[in-house]
Design a protein around this ligand. Structure first.
Ligand code: PLP
Length: 496
């Protein structure tokens, strides 16, 4: 029997895994969730000696049950190959009493590669299985990293087109350059005058626009999503928590059955939700620490049970976490409400009408596995400088948010459980903020000079992803108002 997926807003809306991957978002605006979370099939000891690819197969086969063994193994093999600069795919580095799970060794040097290098394969396989005759148009909103990782994954993939919207003044210089130099006849990148929430809300609106859907179908297209609202993003992200647990056993840091904590720098709540799903599968995770920057809507939520996006949007040194509407939180809310789609739909309607909602005491209690924390830009800079001075290890600004939150948590709680910090980007991607944190006198240097300086002080090689964009030609320079998104989609697809 296949594991089915249901919309978080309508229990009647049920699809298979491959259909959920293909659709991205449910028609009713909800997110697809598995009807139940499967338990790990293998004993915990088994993961100590497994490669990343083997772990991926063991985990993903339980969620994506309508993919055949051959199909899934083909997807995994094609995704986790030499695009990654280490055969370990996600190495675990110890520094100052924490284990940094480096998720940035893929093509675009951010953790989005972990899922977006496999999503195109999952999606084209799903299209074949479901006899999809329309061309798939990937519509993506990005806070900086998803865009490039999705572009890299879908560029020149037959049967697909990809359109990325990013906040024009809300991403780092390297992030922007990576996107606007993207090659591929099926790609399009557009800047929005607005912030990430504007881009994400705009994309969700396009998904829900029935008239546009009809026009698309007529023209031979259908939308799908590469954002973490797609279950095909979430499932591959569960893998690396299981893999990290295997690594901790292998290196003697813990024994099978002993617990670890996980600290995740959070924006759209996708990465930490994957850790929560891993826990639900039976992986011994104790605390799930949700780390925010100054846009600390989640920190406030876990403390008070009130989700309130009515506040100033702050541009920080960790732009990929500058988010006030965390889409994937909806999947947690749904679960905390006892898989109650009606109750979840009610709360989400409140969010869209008033910008806030309050969960019940029972739901708040159900979320006790989570601890919220946040770090300011000054604290993040101090964390980067401090860890570098002590160990020589250089963190990017997002990982530094998590590292800082973990340091405070450990001091306050005295909890010495082995702790995995999700390390979500290479410091090269945010070289300016990182180098200015380590040496403020670097402020006058240009971005590529800072990158070379980072290479010298860290003793690491400049990643291929950075070398590629040094002299690359800008191919996308369109900037629009958020009200013009639909027109931009129609133009890109040659529709009137
Ligand atoms: C996307 C991103 C995050 C936030 O991840 P979510 O899954 O959206 O919570 C954190 N750090 C980096 C570098 C990212 O690219």
């Amino acid at each position: 029997m296949d594991l089915m997926y249901r919309s978080t807003r309508d229990a009647q809306n049920q699809v298979t895994a491959s259909q959920a991957v293909l659709k991205g978002l449910a028609e009713d605006g909800g997110l697809f969730v598995p009807e139940r979370i499967p338990g790990l099939e293998l004993p915990l000891e088994a993961f100590a000696d497994m490669t990343y690819q083997e772990t991926a197969y063991a985990v993903m086969r339980q969620f994506l049950t309508d993919y055949t063994e051959d199909e899934l193994k083909y997807c995994i093999r094609s995704a986790y190959d030499e695009k990654f600069d280490t055969p370990e795919i996600a190495p675990l580095r110890e520094a100052d009493g924490a284990y940094y799970l480096e998720l940035f060794h893929g093509a675009t040097i951010a953790f989005k590669d972990m899922a977006l290098s496999i999503l195109p394969y999952l999606m084209t396989t799903a299209a074949k299985k479901n006899h999809e005759d329309k061309e798939i148009v990937i519509l993506t909103a990005t806070s900086g990293d998803t865009g490039k990782a999705a572009l890299a994954g879908f560029a020149d993939v037959p049967g697909t087109k990809i359109l990325v919207f990013y906040p024009k003044n809300g991403v780092s210089a390297v992030q922007e350059r990576q996107m606007v130099t993207q090659k591929g006849a099926n790609t399009c990148v557009i800047g929005i005058r607005g912030n990430f929430d504007d881009a994400q809300t705009g994309v969700k609106r396009l998904f829900g626009d029935e008239a546009l859907g009809v026009a698309l179908a007529k023209a031979g297209y259908r939308f799908s999503s590469a954002n973490s609202i797609n279950i095909g993003r979430l499932v591959p992200q569960i893998v690396y928590y299981v893999y990290a647990y295997g690594k901790l056993q292998k290196t003697g840091k813990l024994r099978a059955g002993e617990r670890m904590n996980v600290v995740v720098p959070t924006g759209n709540f996708g990465n930490i939700l994957a850790a929560y799903y891993a826990k639900c599968m039976g992986l011994p995770i104790d605390r799930l620490v949700c780390a925010s920057n100054e846009n600390k809507v989640l920190y406030d939520f876990f403390r008070t049970g009130v989700y309130d996006r009515n506040r100033e949007f702050i541009l920080t040194s960790s732009p990929s976490m500058d988010i006030l509407i965390s889409s994937n939180l909806e999947r947690l809310i749904y679960r905390m409400a006892g898989d109650d789609a009606a109750e979840n739909a009610r709360l989400m309607a409140e969010l869209s009408a008033k910008g806030s909602y309050t969960v019940s005491e029972t739901m708040k209690k159900a979320m006790e596995d989570f601890t919220g924390g946040f770090a300011t830009m000054e604290e993040v800079a101090a964390e980067i400088a401090g860890l570098y001075a002590k160990t020589g290890y250089v963190l990017d600004t997002h990982t530094a948010v998590a590292s800082c939150v973990y340091r405070a948590y450990r001091e306050q709680s005295g909890d010495n459980t082995p702790t995995v910090v999700a390390s979500t980007a290479s410091p090269y991607k945010f070289a300016r903020s990182v180098m200015e944190a380590i040496d403020p006198s670097d402020a006058g240097m240009d971005d590529f000079a800072l990158i070379d300086a980072l290479s010298r002080i860290s003793g690491t090689k400049v990643p291929r992803a950075i070398e590629e964009i040094r002299d690359a030609e800008v191919l996308h320079d369109k900037v629009i108002d958020k009200s013009e998104m639909e027109t931009a989609v129609r133009e890109f697809l040659g529709m009137r």
